[in-house]
Design a protein around this ligand. Structure first.
Ligand code: SF4
Length: 378
């Protein structure tokens, strides 16, 4: 990877551009996985830390509450790319809380911040480790590992040698490792530390890789996140609810900035107008309606089962055209309900999508998933 970086520079791609792409990829991943939650970023003084500074800027720009801990002495930020981005985040006084951890006495602030929860981003040390990690890194690693909150490692978990898979004294045990361009060889035997590995492109052309390594290599894997998801249109603010209002959800709206979402309203797709009478499933839940064991009645007692089934079919048709594998639906709806969280009833469209192998989460499940609370039982 260091040969690839050098070759990219010769090719005319400045390192600061690759850092920008890496930081942007981290923020996109966090928004997608965890929505608008609080994020604690631990950044070192090298280029791994630089990726963390860029991620902090992008997350703060999306309205996420960001606390950034610079672990180490700012005087040791030596590369032009990392120091440019450090100066920027230092100026973002209103949107990013910046703290420094240089000595063990400053660890109390870290402990306090971790106790308050959030998602942790480990951008302390990446590649090029030599020997056991030193203080204050080792103490921060221990605090992160004791925290019990989700951890996203940037490129490689701190303390893990990504080439050999050996642990350099202590290493961060992450939930996800977002690594750039290629997976690293050592990850194969370090699953306990890397968690799920996601390979993200940062825009290195194949010509650069060929000239750095001297062979033709298949392009890096395409991220699964480019496949769009279905979303209940009312969660995005569309006034398609039975009473002509929306269920606008800030976390879901924010997600729309990070990935492709296709808004659908199964009840409208089933031919029902807005406003319309509220309705409920009588005699079971969504799958019972699909199997003819239950019906859907509106408040006037009219049977709207056929509309509900048509809406489910139309939604599935859209899902198939776009190769959708996941949907984020409004909880509590006889069409979109996901059967978990506060309400336990599964909607008709949800039942049909699940029968076709599509994962359905509610906006509540999305929030619970961010906090790593099991929510989706199906
Ligand atoms: Fe929202 Fe779904 Fe109800 Fe339409 S059918 S209003 S998308 S919950």
């Amino acid at each position: 990877m260091s040969r690839v970086d050098e070759e990219a520079e010769r090719f005319g791609i400045p390192r600061i551009l690759l850092m920008e792409n890496a930081g942007r990829a981290i923020s996109r991943f966090i928004l997608e996985k965890f929505g608008g939650h609080k994020v604690l970023i631990f950044a070192g003084t090298g280029n791994n830390g630089g990726d963390g500074f860029v991620a902090a800027r992008h997350l703060a720009a999306c309205g996420v509450e960001v606390t950034l801990f610079l672990v180490g002495d700012p005087a040791r930020i030596r590369t032009h790319e990392a120091s440019t981005n450090w100066e920027i985040v230092r100026r973002m006084r209103d949107s990013i809380k910046v703290h420094q951890v240089k000595i063990p006495e400053e660890l109390e602030g870290v402990r306090r911040a971790i106790r308050e929860g959030g998602v942790i981003v480990d951008a302390m040390l990446g590649t090029g480790l030599k020997g056991p990690i030193r203080e204050p890194y080792a103490s921060v690693v221990r605090l992160i590992n004791e925290s019990g909150v989700p951890v996203v490692a940037v490129d490689s978990p701190t303390g893990l040698d990504p080439t050999s898979g050996e642990v350099c004294g202590e290493a961060v045990k992450s939930t996800y490792t977002l690594t750039f361009h290629r997976a690293k060889r050592g990850f194969l035997k370090a699953k306990e530390y890397t968690g799920e590995v996601i390979v993200e492109s940062i825009g290195i052309p194949p010509e650069v890789e060929r000239s750095a390594i001297g062979e033709r290599i298949p392009p890096p894997c395409v991220s699964h996140r480019r496949v769009p998801k279905l979303v209940s249109a009312c969660l995005l603010g569309a006034n398609c609810r039975y009473d002509g209002t929306s269920n606008s959800n800030e976390g879901v709206i924010r997600l729309a900035g990070a990935e492709a979402l296709i808004p659908v309203c199964p009840e409208q797709l089933g031919g029902m107008g807005t406003p319309r009478e509220p309705m409920e499933i009588v005699g079971g839940e969504g799958s019972d309606v699909l199997d003819g064991r239950a019906r859907v009645l509106n408040r006037k007692g009219e049977d709207v089962t056929e509309n509900m089934l048509r809406g489910a079919d139309e939604t599935l048709k859209i899902a198939k055209i776009f190769g959708v594998r996941e949907a984020i639906f409004k909880s509590g709806s006889p069409s979109c309900g996901c059967g978990s969280g506060r309400e336990k009833r599964e909607g008709v469209t949800t039942a049909l999508l699940r029968r076709n192998g599509i994962r359905v989460l509610s906006e509540e499940c999305l929030r619970a998933e961010s906090a790593r609370t099991p929510c989706d039982p199906k």
